[in-house]
Ligand binder design. Sequence first.
Ligand SMILES: Nc1ncnc2c1ncn2[C@@H]1O[C@H](COP(=O)(O)OP(=O)(O)OP(=O)(O)O)[C@@H](O)[C@H]1O
Length: 336
Amino acid sequence: MNVIEVQHLSKQFSIAKRQAGMWGAFQSLFHREYIVKTAVEDVSFAIGAGEMVGYIGPNGAGKSTTIKMLTGILVPTAGDIRVNGIVPYQERQKNALQIGVVFGQRSQLWWDLPTIESFELLKQVYQISDSRYRINMQTFTEVLGLDEFFQTPVRQLSLGQRMRADIAAALLHDPKILFLDEPTIGLDVVAKEKMRTFIQEMNLERNVTVILTTHDMADIEKLCSRMILIDKGHVMYDGPLSTIKDMYGTYRVLIVDVGQDASFQIEEAELIREEGTRKWFRFDRNRIRASQLIQRISDQYEIHDLTIEEPDIDTIIRQIYQEGIENPQGVAHKQG
Ligand SMILES: Nc1ncnc2c1ncn2[C@@H]1O[C@H](COP(=O)(O)OP(=O)(O)OP(=O)(O)O)[C@@H](O)[C@H]1O
């Protein structure tokens, strides 16, 4: 069953053009010109219950605008949007009851109140029963260690504490869908890992559907089997992370130390770096196998040390942004 359905969704913003100088400012009082900025264009996708989907793209791609339309904050310019059967901007309150939202860049909590009071206020806002509130607070406190800062006002929390409080607050009313906009931004490695584990647990134990926007590819690798990639408002790819990796991750780098100063080239590989006796060869595994490459080198030289580096998902995504994407096996597509 799909919990989110988006069809031909577009959003344009009209931005008033500023005229230069005093005369321009005066003229603007009587006649305003507008420029139209298209943030999201003809985006379609469907997300099933319990899926964890990474919604990713470079700065300004249209990710936050999409999330804001899904949460009902923004009204689309065109297209259909349904979250659990509800049109979010038409029934904002009803939609709010079934979704949880975390914006990594800003807190949803009351800035000046002790953290525990924010939770108590949310209990009232969402009319959460006493027993449900107790169970959820107990679970979240156990996993996220909330009690260490219950009495601290939100504005005094460290970033890691604030994010833990925010995600707990977003899940307090048992939403079936969770929107996470940069939930690990600025966190240290340990805090990131804790956050990811918690998200994973909520998905597994409560079947919460998760839509995650992030610039941290490790979030996607750890959490999402599916990825929707957008650029300039268009969907460029929608499919498994593994397909993207298989298609674009065919390059490897062989780092080899031959123990002596030797200058040599290999036809099917590109020498991309040299440091003393150590060399870096970039090769396409579809063209030559690592074992063949090593064989060629060891035929002439004694290999002292070697490593093979696989491309990380960051490198692959960067390559896609730069070069676009072809249409492989009907799962990915390029538009615009
Ligand atoms: N309220 C607004 N008024 C005018 N333009 C806007 C508004 N909100 C977003 N935009 C523009 O729409 C485009 C998409 O912005 P959006 O915030 O959705 O991108 P994003 O993918 O979330 O980027 P980032 O990764 O930097 O957060 C950008 O060019 C942005 O400047």
